[in-house]
Design a protein around this ligand. Structure first.
Ligand code: MN
Length: 327
């Protein structure tokens, strides 16, 4: 249940281009305050890009998304919900980072996240940073809300499967994040859905680990050939179980999201991505992250703008749930 609504500056009094940028102009909370506001979602940045396999720069993602998100408005037209009246949302600042160590960074960000908001209530939304930061937020979410034996369910948007065992001798990197999450028992691979994969890939068996562990994979081409039946079936099976959502901006085609480190042509259009997200209204989300925005390679800020609206779409899914009185 929502504890209080989100109070943002009135845009007719303070225009969107004024003031310090917080995510979507939501109020800022301080993680060290023992009287933390009992917010529904604490949104925090993890400006870390030390675990990438190709182009670096996502450490500047949280700042770019904060700036771009000033133009995210609060009413969701298709769901017909006023998100800020149904949820209390806050910008919880940035986690401290360890730029030279992914493993250490994961620990620091997880520690930071666990101090945010009310441990019994506040859900955690991490904004990257590269995809390695998801492991920190998954650990924190798992610790905060527990999970049925076998780990949480997961909905994963990505161009890549991210279940490589190790890269350049490192177990902790942005291509191994879900292998680690599965090994640690945080995620139940049999209740993990990955949407947006596409080739080319390195080897024919790149997806084998995920397939062997029961991950449901829907490639971009499958989606276009067969429609959403497999996704709809997954959501039906998932029912009301708690689920975590991880959203890699490179699930979108580079035409729409050029500002990212490992772009792959043939990705989701904005219409496809938003339609898929909106079809998930009612899912019982307990945590989320949004990763891999690389502002230095962005053009006209389109990637950061898209990312800020993806953030809103994810929060809106929870607002729909609250509007139906099921949260
Ligand atoms: Mn990824």
């Amino acid at each position: 249940m929502a504890t209080r609504r989100t109070v943002t500056a009135e845009t007719r009094v303070q225009p969107r281009f004024c003031g310090i940028s917080t995510f979507c102009r939501y109020p800022q909370i301080c993680h060290v305050d023992p009287e933390n506001e009992p917010v529904d979602w604490a949104i925090y940045g993890v400006p870390f890009d030390g675990a990438v396999t190709y182009r670096p720069g996502t450490r500047f993602g949280p700042r770019a998304i904060r700036d771009a998100s000033q133009y995210v408005k609060p009413y969701h037209l298709e769901h017909a919900v006023m998100v800020t009246e149904l949820l209390s949302l806050a910008d919880a600042g940035d986690a401290p980072v360890a730029p030279y160590s992914c493993e250490k960074n994961t620990e620091l960000a997880c520690e930071y996240a666990l101090k945010l908001g009310d441990p019994a209530h506040t859900k955690l939304f991490a904004v990257g940073g590269d995809h390695s930061i998801a492991l920190a937020n998954i650990r924190a979410t798992h610790k905060r809300f527990g999970a049925p034996a076998g780990g949480m369910a997961m909905i994963h948007f990505d161009a890549h499967i991210d279940t490589v065992d190790e890269i350049w001798g490192e177990k902790f990197n942005h291509g191994s994040v879900f292998r680690r999450a599965i090994e640690e028992g945080l995620i139940d691979p049999k209740r993990m859905l990955t949407i947006g994969l596409r080739g080319p890939i390195n080897k024919a068996d790149d997806f084998q680990y995920a397939l062997d562990h029961g991950v449901t994979i829907v490639t971009c081409d499958q989606l276009r050939r067969e429609g959403t039946k497999r996704i709809d079936d997954f959501l039906k099976r998932l029912g009301d179980d708690p689920a975590y959502m991880t959203f890699d901006i490179d699930s979108f085609d580079p035409t729409f999201a050029p500002g990212t480190g490992t772009p792959c042509p043939g990705g989701l259009t904005i219409q496809e991505g938003f339609a898929l997200l909106r079809s998930m209204a009612g899912v019982h989300l307990v945590g989320a992250d949004l990763v891999e925005v690389l502002p230095d390679l962005d053009h006209a800020g389109v990637t950061a703008l898209l990312a800020s609206h993806v953030m809103f779409e994810i929060l809106a899914l929870d607002a729909v749930r609250v509007s139906k009185g099921v949260n």
